[in-house]
Write a protein of this length. Structure first.
Ligand SMILES: [Zn+2]
Length: 273
C-alpha cells in the first residue's frame, strides 16, 4: 500500500508513472500536470492521437485506470507552483509515501524539493539531457542532500572540468531538453528512474545503491561524453552552507523562514555558474 505523488506527466514522466504503477504496492496516485496534449507530443509520448487537445493529467488517469482499475488516482490539472493549489498539493504530500519529480524547469524542481523536505518524503528526479545524449536520475531522502545541494555540486564539477579535454564525464548538470530527445532515449532514463524509485520505496531509510545521482550516457559527444552507454555515479554530500537545507536556512529539513529569498539566491547562483 503506497501513495505516490508525482509532478509531470510529459514524455519522461508518463512512462515512469506507467512503469511504477505496474507494481502492486502502488495503490494511490496524486498527479500534478497542467498541460494539454499537443500534436507535436505524439512523436515521443505514450498517448494516442485521439488525446490531442485534452489534458495530459486526464489522459494519464485514464491510461493508468485501464491497466490498474484498483488504483485510486487523483489529478491536479495545474502548475505545481500555482498559489491557489498549494493547499491541495500539501495535503496530498502529507498523505504520500514517496514523490516523483518529472518537472521540466528549475523553479518547479526547487519548489518540489521544498515540499518533499517539508513532509519528509523520499523522492526521485529524472532529467534527460538536451538532444537525448544521456540523463540523470537522482534520489533524495530526509537528512540527505537537497536538490540545491545536488544542482550546485554538479554545476561546480562542470566548471572545474571545463579546462580538461574530452574524457570529461558530465555535461551541464541539469540542462533540459532544449534539443528534443528521441522517445528511445527518454525511455532509457525513464526506466532507470522507475527502477530507482521502486527500489527506494522498498526501504527509504536504508537505500544505498552507491550513488545519490546517476548519470547514464547514451551518445558519444566530442568534448562532453567520451563513451556512449556508460554510467557515472556521483555520491553528492549535503552542502554545509546550502541556502535551502543547511544551517543558514534555519531549521534543517524544514523550510527556511524566507523561502522566496533563499530560492532566488539559489537560482541566481545557478545562473552565475
Ligand atoms: Zn541543500
Amino acid at each position: 500500500m503506497a501513495h505516490v505523488i508525482q509532478v509531470g506527466a510529459g514524455s519522461g514522466g508518463m512512462p515512469v508513472l506507467d512503469m511504477i504503477c505496474r507494481d502492486e504496492r502502488i495503490t494511490q496516485v496524486t498527479l500534478i500536470e497542467p498541460d494539454l496534449y499537443k500534436p507535436h507530443n505524439l512523436q515521443r509520448h505514450l498517448f494516442p492521437a485521439s488525446a490531442i487537445g485534452e489534458a495530459k493529467a486526464e489522459w494519464a488517469q485514464r491510461w493508468l485506470q485501464e491497466r490498474r482499475s484498483d488504483i485510486e488516482i487523483r489529478v491536479l490539472t495545474c502548475d505545481v507552483m500555482e498559489p491557489k493549489q498549494q493547499a491541495a498539493i500539501e495535503r496530498a504530500a502529507a498523505d504520500a509515501d514517496i514523490g516523483i519529480c518529472a518537472a521540466d524547469n528549475e523553479p518547479a524542481k526547487y519548489h518540489w524539493d521544498a515540499i518533499m523536505r517539508r513532509h519528509r518524503l523520499p523522492w526521485t528526479l529524472g532529467e534527460v539531457l538536451s538532444g537525448g545524449i544521456g540523463g540523470f536520475v537522482h534520489w533524495f531522502v530526509p537528512g540527505g542532500p537537497c536538490y540545491g545541494c545536488v544542482a550546485s555540486f554538479l554545476q561546480r564539477s562542470v566548471k572545474e572540468e571545463q579546462d580538461k579535454p574530452p574524457d570529461y564525464s558530465q555535461p551541464g548538470g541539469t540542462q533540459e531538453t532544449a534539443i528534443p530527445a528521441s522517445m528511445a532515449s527518454i525511455h532509457v532514463i525513464a526506466s532507470l528512474h522507475a527502477l530507482i524509485t521502486l527500489e527506494l520505496l522498498d526501504d527509504p531509510e536504508h537505500y544505498n545503491p552507491g550513488f545519490t545521482s546517476l548519470l547514464f550516457t547514451l551518445k558519444r559527444v566530442e568534448g562532453v561524453f567520451a563513451e556512449a552507454l556508460r554510467p557515472h555515479r556521483f555520491r553528492i554530500p549535503r552542502a554545509e552552507n546550502c541556502l535551502l537545507c543547511g544551517p543558514g536556512s534555519g531549521k534543517g529539513d524544514d523550510l527556511p523562514a524566507d523561502l522566496d529569498a533563499a530560492l532566488n539566491d539559489a537560482l541566481a547562483r545557478l545562473n552565475d555558474a
